[in-house]
Ligand binder design. Structure first.
Ligand SMILES: [Mg+2]
Length: 273
């Protein structure tokens, strides 16, 4: 098991990889990547049962990045886990590369589903969880959704069905950074409170600080111990986390960092170049 500081260092490395990739490729969504970095570090470097040499291993845990526009950080995690060479990262969003602007299971090893047409991840995860259960695998399915994304009606169809099928092997993180493409979630819709809605749909619900590695670990442990109800973990997060000019600044939802901004990010994240 990794130490907390090792996982925090990995999360910041993934953040920096993301900034560099988007700078090099000239396009992408940096802000939404930063809020999920700590969750991703715990999942990909400690929690998930996977085999980078055999990406389609049937008994692996599944992962669905429902907020698919945050894929640069997902790709960085996959490269650093050895699914493909690091040299692929600068080819983000290019025709000759394997890394699409939104995740594509047919192009990128380690990606379990297409995603990024928002709202579909809970229902897709439910299908995967049912499939694993029917085949007798004890695999878990982990999904990350955004907060604004929960405005999509299909999220709640998935939520309803997952409870009905008692999918204790389905664990959803809600990345609640109170920002979405068009502005503050609380100013655009009356989505909050999040936790109470999932409780009403008969899910096992926890609320944590989504940047606290120990809280993320503990929440996963609790979710795995719950064998009947599917789990929703409401993660309070900051869009652009750990890069001062990006934090809570929705201008960075989709924007390309300049060379100077890449350097500032590296310094803020403690990356030695
Ligand atoms: Mg959001």
């Amino acid at each position: 098991m990794m130490t907390v500081s090792e996982l925090e260092r990995i999360a910041n490395q993934l953040r920096f990889d993301t900034v560099q990739m988007i700078h090099q490729s000239g396009d992408g969504h940096p802000g939404p990547c930063m809020s999920i970095a700590d969750i991703m570090a715990v999942l990909f470097f400690e929690e998930l049962r996977l085999d980078p040499k055999n990406p389609r291993w049937p008994e692996r845990d599944r992962f669905v990045l429902s907020k698919g526009h945050a894929c640069p950080l997902f790709y960085a995690a996959l490269a650093r886990r050895g699914y493909f060479p690091m040299e692929e990262l600068p080819k983000l969003r290019s025709l000759e590369g394997m890394l699409q602007g939104h995740p594509d299971m047919n192009k990128t090893p380690g990606v379990d589903t297409v995603s990024g047409s928002l709202g579909n991840g809970v229902a897709i995860g439910l299908g995967m969880a049912l499939g694993c259960r029917m085949q007798g695998f004890d695999s878990k399915v982990f999904v990350i959704i955004g907060d604004g994304e929960q405005e999509e009606g299909v999220i709640w169809e998935g939520a309803m069905s997952a409870a009905r099928y008692q999918m204790g092997n389905l664990i959803v993180f809600a990345d609640c950074n109170n920002n979405q493409s068009g502005g503050k979630v609380t100013e655009l819709s009356s989505l909050y409170p999040v936790a109470e809605k999932w409780e009403a749909f008969h899910w096992h619900v926890q609320k944590i600080d989504g940047h606290n590695v120990e809280e993320i670990r503990e929440a996963i442990k609790n979710a795995k111990a719950e064998t009947q109800r599917p789990s929703l973990i409401e993660c309070k997060t900051i869009k652009g986390k750990n890069i001062p000019y990006m934090e809570n600044n929705n201008a960075w939802h989709k924007r390309t960092p300049t060379p100077e901004e890449v350097a500032i990010a590296g310094e803020a994240l403690g990356i030695v170049q």
